[in-house]
Design a protein around this ligand. Structure first.
Ligand code: MV4
Length: 514
């Protein structure tokens, strides 16, 4: 087993990895930027070292600084968490070159799956169902038109180096194709330094369902069930659950076996996630594989009883999987709410500031993976995820009631949060009956009165003025939060629409005490 693990990340996921290290009795090492000197992960780790400026490029993305700390403090493994360097094959290779174990897959696996066209080629070869389309970079407008005519419009243009919806475009007809190709190629070139594009048939109103896999370095691979991730906004997941209300035993087995085939085709090891698009007839298609631990891993942990981070560490240390596929049992239901420092009244823009009061939920079936504490100042430099509130129950209804109860217990003051959004989703009839697809959240928010930006977008062309106004409001929100940080004037964060009268009364009572 490792002697010391460095966590190349921050926030709730760094805290999550530190917890696993503690249980394994492995000393943990935090790294932190100038903005994170008193961050929760720094307070909780056994050792902590500064790595540079607040900008991620100067700290959490700086592979040399991180490797230098690892060498200096004697860490023999690095856990990358999610985001930052977690899917960077060059970083994984640099770790190997420094004889430090990267807790994740091999660099060649990461490279193969990082190129979406290469991944499609390999998966087609392996007999994995992929969305009809091209698996090589598009070479001309004419070629794109020929393929699109054959598979039928609408089609999606995607960046080979992209993923997660970045640089994606929907094309409804042949006459739009040339302009879309040129725009998408420029965008991909600027965003990823690689303009390669491919084309897929557009699946209408798809669901996004992903399968967790775990593989050891000795060729054993298992699937741990699916997660339903259809509740997203602008490619940002908001709420995830496991199992998916759509998936029955037979579908789970078929998707799981395909996921294992994907992992084996990529000679994959450690934890990974295979993303599928599911159409209205419940056909599923491979989309991409994420080569990291995901934000939403806790819902899988709750329904399987497994500790994914502990297993990641054991696998990286060369251990064999301690169970077989037939030993993996799925029991109960789990739902995760991603609590963000966002302003629901300002188009869910990041809303940094100091948390002046924090009351956290607990009790039966509640798990809170948090990266913040009362008094902590949420900065604008990073993703504004504060915590993940996860509800678990014997069935979906119990998971929902427990979450609703926990959301009532949660109280955050000083910053705005998206907590009110979860009250709406969990109380919504379509959600409760499992009628969700990737358009669900836009529909729910679009139906909201006074949601002007969203309704403008639904109407077609984006309003430049609305975007400019939103950016301006966000800038003012930041300036405002800074100027009155000590006046306690920013008020309760979670008393938004739908909170109900009792919540307002409670807010008044708590404020009266402060
Ligand atoms: C698609 C699609 C429809 N058809 N591909 C967006 C994220 C990226 N991983 C893939 N995405 C999509 N790819 C085809 N051929 C629709 C989406 C999509 C989506 C997917 C998952 C979750 C939310 C989404 C929201 C809009 C579009």
């Amino acid at each position: 087993m490792f002697k010391k693990i460095l966590i190349a990340n921050r926030g709730e996921i760094a805290v999550r990895v530190i917890r696993a290290c503690r249980e394994l009795e492995i000393p943990s090492v935090a790294v932190y930027s100038d903005a994170d000197r008193v961050a929760l992960h720094v307070l909780k780790a056994d050792e902590a070292y500064p790595i540079g400026g607040a900008a991620a490029a100067e700290s959490y993305l700086n592979l040399e600084k991180i490797l230098n700390v690892a060498k200096r403090c004697g860490a023999d493994a690095i856990h990358p968490g999610y985001g930052f360097l977690s899917e960077n094959a060059k970083f994984a290779q640099a770790c190997a070159d420094a004889r430090i174990k990267f807790i994740g897959p091999s660099p060649p696996s990461m490279e193969m799956l990082g190129s979406k066209t290469r991944a499609r080629q390999e998966m087609e070869k392996a007999g994995v169902p992929v969305v009809p389309g091209t698996s090589r970079g598009l070479e001309s407008v004419q070629q794109a038109k020929d393929v699109a005519a054959k598979i039928g419009y609408p089609v999606m243009l995607k960046a080979a180096a992209g993923g997660g919806g970045k640089g994606m475009r929907r094309v409804g007809a042949a006459k739009e194709l040339q302009a879309a190709l040129e725009a998408a190629q420029g965008e991909a070139q600027r965003a990823f330094g690689d303009g390669e594009l491919y084309l897929e048939k557009a699946i209408l109103n798809p669901r996004h369902i992903e399968m967790q896999v775990l593989a050891d370095e000795h060729g054993n691979t298992v699937y741990l069930g699916e997660r339903e991730c259809s509740i997203q906004r602008r490619h940002q997941k908001v709420l995830e659950e496991a199992p998916s209300p759509l998936v029955d035993l037979d579908m789970r087995r078929r998707m799981g076996e395909v996921a294992v085939r994907v992992a084996k085709a990529a000679r994959y090891w450690n934890a990974g996630t295979i993303e599928f698009l599911v159409d209205q007839e419940k056909n599923f298609y491979f989309l991409e594989m994420n080569t990291r631990l995901q934000v939403e891993h806790p819902v899988t942990e709750l329904i399987t009883g497994l500790d994914l981070v502990e297993l990641q560490i054991r696998i990286a240390a060369g251990e064999r999987l301690p169970f077989r596929q037939e030993d993996v049992l799925i029991r109960g239901h789990a739902i995760e709410c991603r609590i963000y420092a966002e302003d629901p009244d300002n188009n869910y823009f990041p809303s940094p500031g100091t948390i002046t009061m924090l009351l956290t939920p607990a009790g039966p079936g509640i798990r809170l993976d948090s990266g913040v504490y009362e008094g902590w100042t949420v900065s604008i430099d990073y993703d504004p995820l504060l915590a993940k509130l996860v509800g678990y129950g014997q069935d979906r209804a119990q998971a929902v009631s427990r979450l609703v109860r926990a959301l009532e217990e949660l109280f955050v003051a000083g910053i705005k949060t998206n907590v009110g959004l979860f009250r709406r989703i969990l109380g919504d009839g379509d959600f409760r009956s499992g009628k969700i697809d990737t358009g669900y959240l836009e529909r729910l928010l679009g139906a909201e009165v006074g949601c002007e930006v969203a309704s403008t977008e639904r109407g077609g062309g984006k309003s430049e003025a609305a975007n400019v106004a939103a950016v301006a409001a966000a800038v003012f929100a930041v300036l405002d939060a800074t100027s009155k940080a000590s006046s306690n004037g920013s008020g309760p964060a979670d008393a938004g629409a739908g909170a109900g009268a009792s919540s307002w009364k409670r807010t008044a009572r708590v404020e009266g005490l402060m």
